[in-house]
Write a protein that binds this ligand. Structure first.
Ligand code: FE2
Ligand code: FE2
Length: 321
């Protein structure tokens, strides 16, 4: 379901959309007990252990976001029921997906990585840290949170894909690969919610662009996580990407699996693709995205934003010659 508004305009009800969400969820379900059944780790490497240390912690922080999107989605849907019925439908659909499927699937990830991490000989996550990772997600505008989560899912997809390809251990491979396939779907859902919220006029396009921009900007963007000079105050919420261990730290990740080379390039191009899907605006680079975002502060017209991006790129090419 990538075009919710089109479905709704063609006559689908909230119930119709939720039935297709349910059936898609049922088709794709997998279980941790079945995945682990009788299996053991054969050759977990230091890189596998580092990846597991991080994945187990990252997955713990998803629950507060799921609760936030479920609760705030219904609340906002009810507030705009009269003034924007189509937008209200979209919010009900996003809130239900978050409450039912996203939270449930992320529970699978949390349990799978937690178990595997302990099987690899890493200490269990202490209860104080578990509790800390349930810190409430601060309130923000719903479209921005959807884009934020899509970016986090991209981060997970790329990192888990990297871990799955790099390991020589079959169980490590299967867990990372299985979870990665869920994360791809999550990213897709969040992109479709952001798109539908803009199309129904619940939020202007600048909200989608501003979040994507603050994710990738080279001067302190979220994707640089713990490598950033300064971290933002989070009011009790834990952003796992700000706690990433690097270099010689115990379970540290190598830079080329984070902010450099092909992995980093893949993260960036995935965020540009997300922007394209959610807004129809083609951004091929950070500079394009910046132009789009700045133009969106002046206008909500997609065509005018597109031409601002093209004009900026043309000026750049001309000045380079
Ligand atoms: Fe996950
Ligand atoms: Fe996810």
């Amino acid at each position: 379901m990538t075009d919710i508004v089109q479905e709704l305009k063609a006559g689908a009800t909230i119930t119709d959309v939720l039935r297709s969400q349910q059936s898609y969820h049922e088709q794709r379900r997998w279980g941790t007990d079945a995945l682990f059944d009788g299996r053991r780790l054969s050759r977990p490497s230091a890189a596998d252990r580092a990846a597991l240390w991080h994945a187990a912690r990252a997955e713990l922080t998803t629950q507060p976001a799921g609760i936030r999107l479920a609760v705030d989605g219904v609340k906002l849907a009810n507030e705009i029921r009269e003034s924007n019925p189509l937008g209200s439908d979209v919010l009900h659909i996003a809130a239900a997906w978050s409450a039912r499927y996203w939270l449930e699937e992320e529970a699978h990830h949390e349990i799978a990585f937690g178990r595997l991490m302990e099987m690899a000989g890493i200490d269990p996550i202490e209860e104080t840290e578990v509790v800390e990772c349930r810190g409430e997600l601060p309130r923000d505008n719903y479209a921005r949170v959807c884009v934020l989560q899509a970016c986090v899912e991209i981060e997970a997809c790329v990192s888990y894909g990297w871990a799955a390809r790099g390991t020589e251990d079959e169980l490590v491979h299967d867990v990372f690969h299985t979870v990665m396939k869920d994360e791809v779907q999550h990213r897709q859902y969040f992109a479709s919610f952001a798109k539908a919220l803009v199309e129904t006029g619940v939020y202007p396009v600048k909200d989608v662009l501003s979040m994507a921009y603050s994710w990738v900007r080279p001067d302190g963007g979220e994707t640089f996580g713990s490598a950033r000079e300064a971290q933002t105050e989070r009011q009790g919420h834990v952003n796992w990407w700000e706690r990433v261990r690097t270099g010689d730290e115990e379970y540290g990740l190598a830079d080329d699996s984070l902010h450099e080379g092909p992995i980093h390039a893949k993260k960036l191009s995935s965020v540009f693709a997300l922007v394209r899907e959610a807004t129809g605006i083609q951004a091929e680079s950070y500079d394009d995205l910046k132009r789009a975002y700045f133009a969106s502060l002046r206008t909500n017209d997609i065509d005018r934003i597109r031409s601002a991006v093209r004009a900026g790129a043309a000026r750049e090419t001309a000045s380079a010659h």
